[in-house]
Design a protein around this ligand. Structure first.
Ligand code: MEV
Length: 438
């Protein structure tokens, strides 16, 4: 076992790599070379990236792609997507084109409320706590005036604070449940700063509250933190068209719609399928969330919690056929920002937001949700018609060829060769071998 290292964060980038080399990489020059190879020659740009986080050694590339032809509420978008998965951008583009000729996507923001909580323990009379809270609430709001001033100028701020009694779920557990409008910022820092100030004020006021006995005064703040569960920060997206317009070379519109609805019903009742079904939507959602410098972990956590809100994990998307019209829709919570955080700090996120015509947070919610719906539509459509492997493995061919270190000429020859053949890793390997021997 290696000895622990102290002061690692204070070492220079070179010293950190050197230490890793010595400790874990058997002095491999290869690892150092690759880490250095990804440094940006523009020192200022490199430094900007390094300072996003700590102990940075290098940069980690992901492809930044574009899915054009999205028609959302009558406006045409080219959507930037950052993803490593083959087929995802192609599938989004295909779905965008398909729905672009069928009226496009309709999107609507239902609400934009975010939540943060101060969790505390209190071992006293609940009625006294309630009256203390009512008396203290205006002071709590006043105590964050310096934090909320700018947000209020932009139309946001603290919407409300409630005292919630959670004693029935966990003994002595209470919370200050705050709701916030953070306008075009994701708002994590804003909400957390407000919450920490609420907690401080609440504790200080409790110490002074004459009706409390000693034990009640000793209410204990456990933690103050925003919630990534945002069921009141909701967007709804939808596509629809006459059933006959769903026809393809594989099947009639009626057969396609019937199978599609059945696939959604299966995802509604079967969690094993629901998780994969929703993962298809997340392929689109995450890609835009990452491209625009938003927090994809927060988005993932919030959306999956929403998919389980009724007690069972289920499909995020819904479909119906009524009076000859096929309708497909999704409603998801999304806490996003178009200002603050990395959104305009990462040069590529800035470009992504510019490509999207500098959207507000609400517009971005619509764009992200539409990409998720498009992706889910594309995945389920493939699954119920040709199966996904046909398209997937074709796109994956380049990954396989890169792994096998094929030259450009070999790649061209093999892409052509596998155009109408079943693709497996070993088949590609064998064919490459043949070319090389020849
Ligand atoms: C693959 O990344 C996503 C799919 O598995 C989604 C689905 O099964 O619906 C194709």
């Amino acid at each position: 076992m290696t000895d622990p290292i102290s002061g690692f964060s204070r070492l220079s980038k070179e010293e950190k790599i050197e230490w890793l080399n010595r400790t874990y990489l058997q002095q491999s020059e290869e690892a150092s070379r690759i880490l250095r190879q990804y440094w940006n020659p523009d020192a200022k740009l490199q430094r900007l990236h390094e300072e996003f986080t700590e102990n940075t050694l290098s940069n980690f590339y992901l492809p930044f792609g574009i899915a054009p032809n999205f028609l959302i509420n009558g406006q045409r978008y080219a959507i930037p997507m950052v993803t490593e998965e083959s087929s995802v951008v192609a599938a989004a583009s295909k779905a965008a084109k398909f729905w672009g000729t069928r009226g496009g996507f309709q999107a609507e923001v239902i609400n934009t409320r975010k939540v943060g909580q101060v969790h505390f323990s209190y071992k006293g009379d609940p009625a006294k706590l309630q009256s203390f809270f009512q008396r203290t609430k205006p002071r709590l709001i006043a105590s964050v005036a310096d934090i909320t001033r700018n947000m209020e100028k932009r139309g946001g701020g603290v919407l409300d604070i409630e005292l919630r009694d959670k004693n029935h779920e966990l003994e002595h557990y209470y919370q200050l449940h705050g709701t916030f409008d953070t306008r075009d910022s994701m708002g994590a820092n804003f909400i957390n700063s407000c919450l920490e100030r609420f907690a401080k004020t609440f504790k200080e006021e409790a110490l002074k509250f004459a009706d409390f006995n000693k034990e009640e005064r000793d209410l204990e703040i456990i933690m103050s933190i925003l919630s990534n569960y945002v069921p009141q920060c909701l967007v709804r997206v939808e596509v629809s068209c006459p059933v006959e317009d769903m026809a393809s070379s594989e099947m009639s519109g009626e057969e396609f719609s019937r199978k599609f609805l059945r696939a959604i019903e299966i995802a509604k009742v079967e969690p094993y399928r629901a998780v994969t079904h929703n993962k298809g939507a997340m392929n689109g959602i995450d890609a835009v969330v990452i491209a625009t410098g938003n927090d994809f972990r927060a988005v993932e956590a919030g959306i999956h919690a929403y998919a389980a809100k009724d007690g069972t994990y289920t499909s995020l998307t819904h479909a119906e056929v009524e009076k000859g019209v096929f309708r497909f829709w999704m409603e998801i919570p999304l806490a996003l920002g178009t200002v603050g955080g990395l959104t305009r700090l990462h040069p590529l996120s800035r470009v992504a937001l510019d490509i999207l015509q500098k959207p507000s947070a609400e517009q971005l919610m619509k764009i992200v949700a539409v990409t998720g719906l498009a992706q889910n539509f594309a995945a389920v459509s493939s699954l119920i018609t040709t199966g996904i492997q046909k398209g997937h493995m074709k796109m994956h061919l380049l990954n396989i060829l890169n792994q096998l270190e094929a030259s450009i000429a070999e790649k061209e020859q093999l892409v052509d060769f596998f155009r109408d053949k079943t693709l497996t890793y070993s088949a590609v390997g064998a064919e490459l071998e043949k070319i090389r021997k020849a």
